[in-house]
Write a protein that binds this ligand. Structure first.
Ligand code: SAM
Length: 240
């Protein structure tokens, strides 16, 4: 845990004893539930801290802690799986209003238990596909921030994620070493969907040799009503 605390400090995140305890409980639940359902292939403590917790918190490389704590930002994590990056972000930035979306209900059962055990407030789980919720009035153009890690290529993801964001809000895609290639391929789709690349960050995840590439896409125009297309199409026929 000391290494994780120190790495967080390098990101300008000073964890309180309560937050340290919350990460420990989250880790314990992850490992326990992973015995009965497929949540993660990484279970060793230090590795979970760096490859899941710290990686999730990398959002602060794009938005400062101050920005994340300014006002009440609504964040949706698309394809959250076992809660990455949504839960670590909520632990560190409790002011965020967080929606965790995933199409696999059993992972949400796990997340509801995490939310209950950590007594997190203003965080909900939503079961379904991004293609369907992105057309739902309650969710469409409702969020300031959208995050997504390890869900699809950037072209597909842009169609899944940009509809959720308000004008001037931002979609942040967590990518590894193919990020730059994906960004080059997604340029046209990002424009069609109302986005504009705001920023990128390339870095190595502390304590590992894992390359990371984060892409921040700002919503500059409303997404045309024809997007997202029906479930499955954004992945089968990515916008070109
Ligand atoms: N974001 C987590 C992480 O980085 O560990 C989970 C990644 S996991 C490889 C991908 C997750 O995305 C799965 O839990 C899957 O159910 C979800 N998913 C894939 N396509 C989706 C869609 N169209 N709408 C909602 N969830 C989706």
């Amino acid at each position: 845990m000391d290494k994780f605390i120190a790495s967080c400090k390098e990101l300008n995140i000073s964890l309180t004893p309560e937050q340290i305890n919350a990460f420990q409980i989250y880790y314990d639940l992850l490992v326990e539930w992973n015995k009965k359902m497929n949540l993660t292939s990484i279970t060793e403590f230090e590795e979970v801290c760096s490859k899941h917790f710290l990686d999730s918190l990398s959002l602060v490389r794009i938005f400062s802690q101050r920005e994340l704590e300014s006002g009440k930002l609504a964040l949706i994590d698309v394809g959250t799986g076992a809660g990455f990056p949504g839960i670590p972000l909520k632990i560190c930035f409790p002011q965020l209003s967080v929606t965790l979306l995933d199409s696999l209900n059993k992972r949400l059962t796990f997340l509801n238990e995490v939310i209950h055990c950590l007594q997190l407030k203003d965080i909900v789980t939503v079961h379904g596909r991004a293609e369907d919720f992105g057309r739902d009035k309650k969710y469409r153009e409702h969020f300031d921030l959208c995050t997504s890690r390890a869900v699809a290529n950037l072209t597909t993801l842009s169609e899944l994620c940009l509809p959720f964001i308000k004008k001037d809000g931002c979609f942040v895609s967590y990518k590894a070493d193919k990020g730059e290639e994906e960004l080059a391929a997604a340029g046209k789709a990002i424009g069609i969907l109302g986005g504009k690349v705001l920023d990128t960050r390339e870095f190595v995840l502390p304590g590992t040799d894992y390359k990371r590439f984060m892409i921040a896409i700002k919503k500059i125009k409303t997404t045309p009503m024809s997007y997202p297309r029906k479930a499955g199409l954004p992945a089968r026929e990515p916008l070109a």
